[in-house]
Write a protein that binds this ligand. Structure first.
Ligand code: GDP
Ligand code: MG
Length: 162
């Protein structure tokens, strides 16, 4: 069985962008508006001689209703299925109540999870990291998915401990 890495987080934090980077495919829909990827999406990736499976999810907004509750549900299923969870947050948007809610869920699930600080391009990375440190998931791993920045280091780090 290949290790399964799930990407979770609020809509619009950059999950599908990272998915495309990790799988070198254009399979996931990357949209400028939140919530388009409604179902879990699986892709295969390889780093060096290590293969892995990445799962993209629609996102958890914390204010679920209708289609949103379906998206949130499949995100929670993706967490259950995963060997490791990458919890993406948006360095530009700052910490939100939905981020805190997802962090609480991850803590209760006892899954191996990493906090990934995306969209760090062109901002004060240390200040953003300090804000998200308070979520209690350790030091955030900084990336800029749309610039391929930090992505290789991230996956290296994640695969090392699976
Ligand atoms: P998802 O809803 O979490 O899957 O988010 P998407 O991958 O669809 O990205 C949402 C928006 O954020 C898109 O406009 C992306 O181009 C943008 N985005 C993703 N990663 C980055 C990044 O590292 N830096 C910046 N500035 N924008 C990004
Ligand atoms: Mg998406």
């Amino acid at each position: 069985m290949l290790p399964v890495i799930a990407l979770v987080g609020r809509p619009n934090v950059g999950k599908s962008t990272l998915f495309n980077q990790l799988t070198r495919s254009r399979d996931a829909l990357v949209a400028d508006y939140a919530g388009l990827t409604r179902d879990r999406k699986y892709g295969e990736g390889r780093l060096g001689d290590r293969d892995y499976i990445v799962v993209d999810t629609g996102g958890i907004s914390g204010d679920e209703d209708g289609i949103d509750s379906h998206m949130a549900e499949q995100s929670l299923t993706a967490i259950d299925e995963a060997d490791v969870v990458l919890f993406l947050v948006d360095a530009r948007a700052g910490l939100t109540a939905a981020d805190e809610m997802i962090a609480d869920y991850l803590r209760r699930s006892h899954k191996k999870a990493h906090l990934v600080l995306n969209k760090t391009d062109g901002i004060d990375e240390d200040a953003a990291a300090a804000e998200f440190f308070s979520i209690g998931m350790g030091t955030p791993l900084p990336i800029a998915a749309s610039h391929s920045k930090g992505v290789r280091q991230l996956i290296d780090y994640v695969l090392e401990e699976i």
